[in-house]
Design a protein around this ligand. Sequence first.
Ligand code: ATP
Ligand code: MG
Length: 451
Amino acid sequence: MILPEGAKYIIDVIEKEKYEAFAVGGCVRDFLMERPVNDIDITTDAEPEIIENIFDKNHIKYVETGLKHGTITAVFDKENYEVTTYRTDGKYSDNRHPENVRFVKDIKEDLARRDFTMNAIAYNRKKGFVDLYGGRSDIENKIIRTVGDADKRFNEDALRIMRAIRFASVLSFDIEESTEKAILKNKELLKNVSSERIFKELSKLLLGDNVFHVLIRYREVLAVVIPEIKEMFDLNQNTKWHIYDVWAHTCKAVESAPRDSALRLTMLLHDIGKPQCRSTDEKGIDHYYGHPKVSEQIAGPLLKRFKVSNEIYNRVMTLIPIHDAHIGTEKKNIKKWLSKIGEERLIDLIYVKRADKLAQNTDLVKEELKNLEITEKLTHKIIEGGEPFTVKDLSIDGNDLISIGFKGRVIGEILSVLLDKVISGELENKKEILVSYACSLYEDKSTNQTL
Ligand code: ATP
Ligand code: MG
């Protein structure tokens, strides 16, 4: 394995003092899978005070990030390296946090406390890979398997359930049979895990390559943390537009959206109001009148519960209620949308609509997909060409209107009338043209005609 210079150096200085140190966990797994390696975690038999002494001696900067759990973060070349003493976790009282941790001397014990075999491999240049639980063979066979008894491990820490299905989505691995059984058996324990931690895993899960399969197969697990999705399960849609039930359509729409947390969350929740809005007409065709608004109402408190960032909240809550709205393929329609929701949100909306269509009856949506492409191209053209679509883009402003004689609230109204005319192409965005039109409105107004 090729370690970054910082990791090599840290391991070297620890070894020089006759202690052991290995890269461990996600970085080793990702290296073996030929995936980009993110942060390097280092595990060592030296206790935290000794590590601090070694770092001081070698002028390595560090922060005491989790001393209680034996973790010190070394900062080397602007990279962070978490250095944690071999430990074994004490009794778990709340399905999440060990009551205490005990430092140990044998790496075997440290690897045994790790969640999955693929995450329990250590490496250094001296000893090569230390793989005591079959992690490499599981990685080769694309299998997620707990280290030790699955039932016990999920009982200790229920977050591991979310981690398992997150890895299944991100790495496209299968979950080994007894591990899967234990996940389904213990899923209710996820209720004891904080919603922030659940959400962190959920957002990674939503971005995975294998998200469709995981959302379908582990829907009962997700329903523990998001009970609101349950009513979508197996809800048939008897309409020519749909070939999937509401949940399968949702999963397909998530998969079809760009890899962006807000967009994938939007797709996860866009039809969550459908069960409440379902009606069947005399021909047996299903309708879901008003569902985008109801989905918005359900999504709001749900997102608050997960304490999502304001940025994500605002994006998702803007997009859900308009996911079914028609944008149109003419510049004037697009400019109206641009003035209403702005550039970024309109581009989001195009992605959302495309993902929604891709999860419908593909034979019938070809035309709509083509139209979305036209809309997308025109949107970029308008933005890049600096074409006017907000009041600010007009070559006339409030002061010009005051000079003509307008006062107060009317100024805003006139500007928006002018913008409409510019967007529809009736008026050119030239100052003299807009001033002259405004003057004509002023005369009309003075003779008491309405605008
Ligand atoms: P990621 O790619 O998300 O960083 P990771 O496996 O590195 O994946 P981290 O949360 O960074 O995940 O954890 C680092 C290592 O710590 C894991 O590889 C695993 O060995 C161990 N670990 C993390 N969380 C748990 C847990 N809940 N139970 C047991 N071991 C865990
Ligand atoms: Mg990691």
